[in-house]
Design a protein around this ligand. Structure first.
Ligand code: G3P
Ligand code: MG
Length: 249
């Protein structure tokens, strides 16, 4: 039912390295993780890059918006110094670079489509086209990556381009009409905030045959409880506290 890894590094390598960077993915690898969630946003010239916030200031210094900045300029920006001097100069990676890095290192990808406001469809289309092309070039048998998004519009746009790449719909709190919302975007999984999830909701999602993914779980006791409820997978910021094979222990 859930063919993917069950324990996934959030934003690349959790909070032990700068989020949404290759350094983050390396950090996950060092902790035994072969599965990562990260956020994909569009540059001004339509190139998917890894970024969580639509505006600069938190993880990259300066003022401005990702949607108004070219990919070439984004590639020169420092996404590591905010985290610590050891990571100074760590660039904003393109989604293409991250796909290649994950392929080389056997990392399964949960690519969260994170559109800047007003760019949902464009971001979904561009991310799907890029990933579809990369998968075709890689060839061979593989576990399919998984798209997710809080934006139904982005997921529908991704589906139009690459229906074969599965989708999970992110919803912070499970609404009564969750199943209709998943079916609208052709999602096979519900991704939700574990803090708002109730045991009976988890059971309902599983009984209806959907995957169930929680974010962002950093406490092993909570992780155990969620797995006991039937939650299929979760992402974590604490790859040092929760082992990559936690679900099988
Ligand atoms: O995809 C799960 C999680 O990443 C959603 O929240 O804000 O960390 O992207 P956020
Ligand atoms: Mg995310």
């Amino acid at each position: 039912m859930w063919p993917y890894p069950r324990i996934i590094a959030h934003r690349g390598g959790g909070t032990l390295a700068p989020e949404n960077t290759i350094a983050g993915l390396r950090c996950g690898l060092e902790h035994g993780y072969r599965a990562a969630e990260f956020d994909v946003m569009l540059s001004a010239d339509g190139v998917p890059v890894l970024m969580h916030d639509p505006a600069f200031g938190r993880t990259v210094p300066g003022i401005g918006n990702v949607s108004e900045t070219s990919a070439a300029l984004l590639a020169t920006m420092d996404a590591g110094s905010w985290f610590g001097p050891k990571f100074a100069g760590e660039p904003v990676p393109s989604f293409a670079e991250v796909i290649a890095f994950c392929h080389e290192n056997g990392i399964w990808m949960n690519a969260e489509i994170k559109p800047s406001p007003g760019y949902a469809a464009e971001t979904g289309r561009a991310a799907a086209a890029l990933l579809k092309q990369a998968l075709a070039e890689q060839g061979g048998q593989r576990l399919m990556p998984l798209f997710s998004s809080f934006s139904p519009e982005a997921l529908m746009a991704a589906r139009d381009i690459a229906p074969e790449i599965p989708r999970g719909l992110l919803i912070g709190q499970v609404p009564d009409d969750w199943q209709a919302r998943l079916e609208q975007v052709g999602a096979t999984a519900l991704h939700t905030n574990y803090k708002n999830l109730k045991e009976e909701q988890a059971k309902a999602v599983k009984d209806a045959g959907f995957g169930l993914f929680c974010y962002t779980v950093d406490d092993p006791a909570i992780a155990r409880r969620l797995l006991d409820w039937g939650v299929d997978a979760f992402c974590t910021d604490r790859v040092d506290l929760i082992a990559a094979d936690f679900a099988t222990r």
